[in-house]
Design a binder for this molecule. Structure first.
Ligand code: F7E
Length: 405
């Protein structure tokens, strides 16, 4: 049953990201769009469901698809009483609509796939914060593993031509046995989060092989950007740098950023680079340079192929904001403080920029991650636009701007 007046714009709805469609309105919009299709190519004029659109990756995926395809995109969102659509507030496009469904509800998944008959289902929804996965292990499993099974089951029954992408993680490698980690590295997860993504990988493979579905899960190493959630270490640092830079400029004493294991090493990329790769992986016949029709679709590692400590990220982030610091002390007493020269030049009101807080240590840590994405780079003749330095600059500049600097 139609719940709103849906006749007053091109696809029947005024665009407002706070306006979340129910399934019957979404179906009407979908049917109208498909009726106007002017191409039979799989990747053109498609209907695409993207989950996790209020987060970093999902919102960049929507931006990418609106810019590079003619697709009609449905962003799946859970209805919340608090507004969490900031990452989408710039999107004003008749080809993008929010639709109400919760991935932990298998009936809702089934209804979405049965009614919208998507050509692609791109799943970025997850309980993606590793540290919380020990506190919410079951919810992490339900969202990251069981939901993936439900999506696959629903695709197989209702829309077997739908191409499915699930975001995997370098956390699946966990306690690494060699570096850099490539597609052949064993899965040795160290957290409930890593285990949930490893389980999802297995079920995606089983469904791909059993039912001949185009279903893949890549291994995404850490990927960041200005839309990154503030609990992740990169954004926590760049937000903290902007706060401290504001205090320095206004001669206000500040408290340091508090971090956990600053010696952990991560392989950081730009989320905007990765969403392009996801689309390429979903259309291998179009983008693989060596593609021939007998080839099996493949799953790839996406990474920068460089590893850096949290400490290096801290140093560069402060430097980008014009504040030079130095590490001293050890263990829980380790600190990052303004250098004497920088303190004199800036007349800084406090000196400690970063200190250690053991509350941010994890029950089990993945100490080192370093990816090898040469397979993807070779097969798709692709290279990233961003590197470690430009990524940090982009994030710090964005947070400085938000702080009015
Ligand atoms: O931690 C250390 C922490 O929370 C990075 C997710 O996208 O990438 C992400 O997972 C490192 C860890 O990301 C703090 O112990 C130190 O070693 O930014 P993170 P993550 O756990 O690597 C993978 C690939 C995913 O798939 C995940 O979904 O930084 N660290 N001090 C800290 N981490 C946080 N969050 N906060 C700290 O204060």
């Amino acid at each position: 049953m139609q719940s709103k007046n849906i006749t007053d714009t091109l696809y029947g709805k005024k665009i407002d990201t706070a306006n979340i469609l129910n399934i019957s309105d979404a179906k009407l919009i979908r049917n109208k769009f498909v009726g106007q299709k002017n191409s039979t190519e799989h990747f053109s004029n498609s209907v695409i469901v993207v989950t996790g659109v209020t987060g970093q990756d999902g919102s960049y995926m929507v931006d990418y698809l609106l810019k590079n395809t003619n697709a009609l995109i449905f962003g799946g969102v859970r209805r919340l009483s608090v507004y969490n659509h900031h990452n989408l507030s710039h999107v004003k496009n008749d080809r993008f609509h929010l639709v109400n469904f919760d991935l932990t509800d298998s009936h809702a998944i089934s209804s979405i796939i049965e009614n919208l008959k998507p050509d692609y289902f791109i799943n970025f929804a997850a309980q993606s914060f590793v540290a919380s996965s020990w506190d919410f292990a079951r919810q992490t499993w339900q969202t990251n593993s069981t939901s993936v099974l439900d999506i696959l089951e629903s695709i197989r029954h209702h829309q077997p031509k739908c191409r499915f992408y699930n975001a995997g993680s370098s956390e699946e490698f966990g306690n690494v046995s060699y570096s850099p980690q490539d597609e052949l590295h064993p899965l040795r997860p160290r957290s409930p989060y890593g285990a949930s993504k490893a389980a999802a990988r297995q079920i995606v493979k089983v469904y791909r092989e059993s039912y001949n579905l185009y279903a893949i899960q890549s291994w995404l190493f850490n990927h960041e950007g200005p839309r990154r959630g503030e609990e992740f270490v990169t954004r926590k640092i760049t937000k903290g740098v902007a706060r401290i830079a504001y205090c320095v400029q206004n001669k206000i004493p500040f408290s340091p950023i508090e971090l956990g294991n600053v010696n952990a090493k991560r392989d950081w990329s730009d989320s905007e680079d990765f969403v392009e790769c996801v689309w390429m992986m979903l259309n291998q016949e179009k983008y693989r340079v060596d593609f021939d029709s007998n080839m099996e679709i493949q799953e790839y590692v996406l990474s920068s192929n460089e590893t850096h400590t949290i400490k290096e990220f801290v140093e560069l982030a402060f430097k980008t904001a014009g504040i030079e610091g130095v590490w001293h002390g050890e263990g829980l007493n380790e600190e990052f403080s303004v250098t004497t020269q920088s303190a004199n030049e800036l007349n800084v009101p406090s000196s400690v920029l970063v200190k250690i807080n053991p509350n941010f240590y994890r029950p089990a840590e993945v100490e080192l991650l370093l990816g090898n994405s040469s397979g993807f780079r070779r097969d798709f003749d692709w290279k990233p636009k961003s590197d470690f330095y430009s990524l940090i600059k982009k994030m710090v500049v964005s947070d400085l701007k938000d702080a009015g600097l």
